[in-house]
Design a protein around this ligand. Structure first.
Ligand code: HEM
Length: 346
């Protein structure tokens, strides 16, 4: 029996499960699992789901809702990338706004991280990006991220996090300092519309001459913080966003930061200096927001390695780990959706 009833999207899942399962396996094979890592995608997802999975849901960022709109490009990135969505044009997108964690009913306001994921373009020119509120990761490698997740996991005996274990992890990992500084200075805003969402990992833009430029990007809010929210409302942020979009579209400036030769594009723990070139590629305009069960974002795996022509992944090992783990999470939740339709096959 399923623990929770996910929205039923069986046929779409059946088709996509085949496609994504194949793609995930291919990416995993090409990348040699998680590179030289001893940690597998299954290990990550086992840990993230926490021993008692919310069946049918994402094993991370489980609580979220679907959005739709268009990316209105101003054409400024065209000299740097042949990706069609960077020509002066509008490209429709489907996306998802979520909070971190494996609990699909968690209170919005307790979440340490908020997220924006987008899928735009078609076929070989599809671009999927999943962005988070922190500008950097705490650690450099998948193995260290796994250790971080272990340190932050609740003790099975008490159900509580172990502060000693967390302190010990951070003490052993000085590369976490920039992330911890961000964490200490971060004040969550009163709306998903007023957060900054970062790509964190770096990617390459590739132009028609084959020249590569390492970049990170961020969706920057275009409106000021809203009124304080009702802290008793578990869905306070979702409700605020639904109301907001009903009265007017919500826009973010999609801003690209260009690495210089001095920056290591494979290390997501280091902020690039503020004097690096920034360029606004256009606006992400959210025109619609609906609960997950009513939208079409649930059947998307926002794999960060799905990139259009004119963009490529850097050698950052976290990207391969993410791709493999997202595929594993997707495989589990898609299977659970299908079994719910045919429980006698279980
Ligand atoms: C090794 C590091 C990471 C691992 C193992 C990991 C794992 C996962 C998993 C398993 C999911 C659920 C996927 C699904 O079922 O569709 C997920 C979702 C997500 N992750 Fe990560 N993640 C990692 C790093 C990151 C980073 C660096 C970012 C931000 C730049 C990020 C942003 C997101 C977002 C926004 C989602 C939700 C996407 C959606 O709405 O479907 N993750 N992650």
């Amino acid at each position: 029996m399923l623990k929770q009833k996910p929205s039923a999207l069986p046929l779409r899942y059946a088709i996509i499960l085949g496609a994504v399962g194949g793609l995930g396996a291919l990416i995993f094979a090409v990348a040699g699992g998680l590179g030289q890592s001893a940690v597998t995608a299954q290990d990550f997802v086992d840990l993230q789901e926490g021993g008692n999975p919310h069946l049918g849901f994402r094993r991370a960022h489980a609580k979220g809702f679907c959005i739709a709109g268009e990316f209105v490009s101003n054409g400024s990135l065209q000299p740097f990338s042949t990706a069609p969505m960077f020509a002066a044009s509008s490209t429709p997108f489907v996306g998802r706004i979520s909070i971190a964690g494996n609990n699909p009913t968690a209170p919005d306001l307790n979440a340490p991280v908020r997220s924006l994921a987008l899928s735009l373009g078609e076929g070989a020119n599809r671009w999927q990006t999943a962005m988070n509120t922190p500008p950097v990761m705490a650690v450099v490698t998948p193995e260290a991220f796994y250790e971080q997740l272990q340190a932050l996991s609740p003790d099975p005996e008490t159900g509580e996090r172990n502060p000693e274990r967390i302190r010990a992890f951070f003490a052993e990992h000085p590369e976490t300092q920039t992330f911890r500084n961000w964490q200490a200075g971060y004040t969550p805003s009163n709306s998903f519309a007023t957060e900054i969402y970062h790509s964190i990992n770096a990617f390459y833009l590739i132009n028609e001459n084959g020249e590569r430029q390492a970049v990170r990007w961020a969706a920057m809010p275009t409106v000021n913080n809203g009124e304080p929210l009702n802290s008793d409302d578990t869905n306070a942020l979702q409700n605020e966003f639904f109301n907001r979009v009903e009265s007017a579209p919500v826009a973010f400036d999609l801003t690209f930061t260009f690495a210089s030769g001095a920056d290591d594009e494979t290390n997501p723990t280091v902020l690039w200096p503020s004097e690096r070139r920034n360029m606004i590629a256009g606006q992400i305009v959210v025109q619609k927001a609906v609960p997950e069960g009513e939208g079409n974002c649930n059947n998307i795996n926002f794999d960060p390695l799905i990139l259009p022509t004119g963009m490529a992944a850097t050698a950052d090992p976290i990207l391969r780990a993410r791709s493999a783990a997202y595929a594993e999470s997707y495989r589990r939740r898609a299977r659970e959706h299908l079994l719910q339709q045919a429980p006698e096959n279980n």
